[in-house]
Design a binder for this molecule. Structure first.
Ligand code: NAP
Length: 540
């Protein structure tokens, strides 16, 4: 039996960690079911990723109309909020989250500025004991980390970084008061989704922007615009049908594959790429189903993208530096909101740090391996996250027999459906578990499906007198084998990115951390493993 040094102050049916889409969704729905729930949030407000990522230019890459809570969350709310832009900006999303929290009075069940230190399972009592950094101790039957897969900032260990005299911030730790970039020389490091959003925005006012790039990413245009009132109203009318359709597409978006690239004539293929390019948005990702698995098909997209970059970026040397070499879709492609045109400005320069890596940061400059120094007044680190396992491993999670989660996952994460791990009973990893389909799926669509699966199980356990459930190790292995078979039949393992890990051995592919088989197949697996229908879980 586990004991704690502090006395337990409260007992809940469930404790949820994180006040983003996933945490707020399940908090509200637990409440609907009459269960007692508490939510701990490290930040001072709601929004999760959209609370923390307040860097210049931050906005969604899903269309705003589907990047929100659905009618599963609340029948009325889904038709009340009118999105202003095609892709909502961080400030608009933060307003939305606050509106939702106020309308549903969610704050009364949330402890803000509260970071979870440890979660320890007591098998005899069938309870989790959760201790926060602030010293509170509470128990719960169900422990629901909803911490996101991208919430633990990756800050490079450049020598001298701490000695830099000017402001230096990771994108997820950008100051709430903002920074006045006027007249400043700004260094932006990293060119994933975050870096390419920051550069054009900062370039509008900064004296100069130097963008330090290692491996260029693939970009498709977003074509953001203010939405016409009539379109917003029409979308609200049809939202239930739109979301219903989306739940059955590969990515949970309101569009799906046209066919395969190799079975489409070159002229038709080109026309499809061009049409989607002009429309903007993620339709470009879901044109042809074979581009993720066939190099020949993939090359058709790469040829199109290379040609676009050549025409959009005037300086051929700069165009070369931002032309990706990794296969299309093996990194999650961000939307472009003026990045390529920003590269044509006199005050924006790309610096190649693959051939000439960062050697050190001095008090006022970034020094490269060849000794070149780039002076800067501000450094912005758009260097991504310790994905999937970072935030979970920072909490001391111990399951049955005091087993640390980090020990069970020492060689690779082990779980079933990206949702539950053997030996960690009643711990549901909502939207943050390795091998879930998050990178390919519209966030709220996946969150709501996973949350409803969890809630069905909780009701089943309670109704049938069970106190705990956990997957069998055999179920985990079966799921991982299927996940690996699908992932390794794609080109994803060829590229290093936040959804891959270094290979375990010289002859092995990189470990793919995300389900690549599409949302419908993932949902089907979850349905097969739904409450009361499977022997893949041990019930107590
Ligand atoms: P990311 O895609 O992981 O990109 C990180 C960038 O930093 C990469 O270019 C990486 O280079 C570089 N980097 C990392 N460590 C470095 C080091 N030590 N030295 C030099 N460069 C380094 O991270 P992100 O841009 O924050 O985006 C992550 C994900 O968040 C996205 O894929 C997306 O899912 C989500 N996101 C979405 C939006 C949106 O529009 N809704 C916006 C931002 C983020 P290498 O590639 O060479 O490793």
């Amino acid at each position: 039996m586990t004991t704690t040094s502090h006395s337990v102050e409260a007992d809940y049916d469930a404790i949820v960690i994180g006040a983003g889409f996933s945490g707020l969704y399940i908090l509200k729905r637990l409440r609907d079911l009459g269960l007692s729930a508490r939510l701990y949030e490290a930040g001072s407000g709601v929004g999760g990723a959209w609370y923390w990522n307040r860097y210049p230019g931050a906005r969604t890459d899903s269309d705003s109309m589907i990047y929100c809570f659905s009618e599963w969350f609340d029948e009325d709310l889904v038709r009340e909020w009118g999105w202003r832009e095609r892709y909502s900006s961080q400030p608009e999303l933060e307003r939305y989250f606050n509106w939702v929290a106020d309308r549903l009075d969610l704050r009364r069940d949330i402890d803000f500025d509260t970071r979870l230190r440890s979660a320890v399972y007591d098998e005899q009592a069938a309870l989790w004991t959760l201790t926060t950094e602030q010293g509170s101790v509470a128990t719960a039957r169900y422990f629901i980390p909803a911490v996101g897969a991208l919430s633990d900032p990756n800050v490079p260990d450049f020598p001298g970084l701490a000695d830099f005299q000017g402001p230096c911030h990771h994108s997820a730790q950008f100051p709430k008061d903002g920074i006045d970039f006027a007249g400043k020389r700004v260094a932006v490091i990293g060119n994933g989704a975050t870096g390419v959003q920051i550069v054009p925005e900062v370039a509008k006012t900064a004296d100069s922007v130097r963008h330090f790039i290692r491996n260029p990413c693939h970009l498709v245009p977003g074509r953001n615009h203010v939405l016409a009132e009539a379109d917003v109203e029409a979308t609200k009318e049809a939202i239930t049908e739109i979301l219903g359709y989306s739940r059955n597409t590969f990515g949970g978006f309101p569009y799906d594959f046209l066919g395969t690239a190799l079975d489409t004539s070159p002229a038709e293929r080109q026309a499809a790429y061009q049409k989607s390019w002009e429309q903007g948005g993620f339709t470009f990702l879901f044109l042809f189903a074979d581009v993720l698995a066939s190099r020949e098909a993939n090359d058709t997209t790469m040829d199109f993208l290379r040609e676009k970059i050549r025409t959009l970026v005037r300086d051929p040397a700069t165009a070369g530096l931002v032309t990706p070499t990794d296969p299309w879709l093996t990194k999650r492609p961000p939307l472009e909101h003026g990045y390529y045109s920003a590269l044509n400005r006199d005050n924006v320069h790309v610096v190649d740090i693959k051939a000439n890596p960062v050697d050190a940061v001095t008090s006022n400059a970034i020094r490269l391996a060849d000794g070149t120094e780039h002076e800067a007044d501000v450094i912005l680190l758009a260097t991504g996250f310790d994905s999937y396992t970072g935030s979970l491993s920072k909490i001391a999670i111990r399951g049955r027999d005091e087993l640390p989660l980090t020990a069970r996952w020492a060689d690779r994460p082990r779980n079933h459906l990206g949702l539950m791990s053997a030996k960690f009973p009643n711990m549901f990893m909502l939207y943050c578990g390795p091998y879930n389909p998050a990178p390919f799926t519209n966030g709220p669509t996946l969150i709501e499906q996973q949350a409803e699966w969890i809630l069905d199980w909780i009701q089943y356990l309670d109704a049938n007198g069970h106190v705990a459930m956990e997957p069998t190790e055999a179920a985990e292995e079966e799921f991982f084998a299927l996940h690996s078979e699908i992932a390794n039949s794609t080109l994803i393992p060829e590229t290093s990115s936040w959804w891959t890990r270094a290979a375990a051995g010289a002859d092995e592919p990189r470990l793919v951390m995300s389900w690549a088989g599409g949302f419908p197949e993932y949902r089907r697996l979850c349905d097969v493993n739904a409450a009361g229908k499977t022997d893949h879980f041990v019930l107590r």
